[in-house]
Design a protein around this ligand. Sequence first.
Ligand SMILES: C[S@@+](CC[C@H](N)C(=O)[O-])C[C@H]1O[C@@H](n2cnc3c(N)ncnc32)[C@H](O)[C@@H]1O
Length: 200
Amino acid sequence: MRTVHVELRPDVVFQLLEAVAQPRPNHWSRVWPTALAMSRWLLDQPKASLPKEAFELGCGMGLVSVTAAHLGIVTHSTDREPLAIALALENAERNGVVGLTTSLLEWSDPITTSAPMLLASDLVYEPTSPDAIYSLVHTAGLLAPGGVLVMAGPTARAELANTLVRRFRDVGYAHLCEALHVEWEGNTDTVELHTLRRPA
Ligand SMILES: C[S@@+](CC[C@H](N)C(=O)[O-])C[C@H]1O[C@@H](n2cnc3c(N)ncnc32)[C@H](O)[C@@H]1O
């Protein structure tokens, strides 16, 4: 384990545990530029525009969920990897952030809940991901009518994510996209952030 210092804004700084030297697949174990970009985006939103609850898919070590909970949003963080959700909870506790709960969720699992905001940071990197996420979010109804899916990933591999965006647009979701630049560990990345609002 190592602790990383993550400054989202001068007044919002987290000390977060990363799990180093994990066996693959280990995408869950570290801070990714997309999570930084999405967290800063959340902080930039007018408070009144944010819902009271959010649900994160594939939360990894939890930066986005910790930011949402820091903003007072009751946040449920999920991942298929048990160590990831344990780390997300630990990271919330270490930073004095309350209002975050966790559970294991593989995207093909049946669900019985829905949320007004879904957070999906850097999730679309396997060929099966678009189908799995579409089925969970839209077909199974994880995203409530009128709710918003906030989805982001690196511009450098946007093709797969764009196939998923097109599917949501085709069934009437209102779509906005913005490019965000983020510096992390000496590199500058560009991240595409999509907001997709489900018809009411
Ligand atoms: C690149 S990491 C991104 C983690 C975090 N969202 C972030 O931006 O830092 C992808 C995450 O998605 C999770 N994941 C990938 N496929 C999944 C699936 N089919 N069901 C649930 N979680 C999945 C991984 O365990 C991992 O935590």
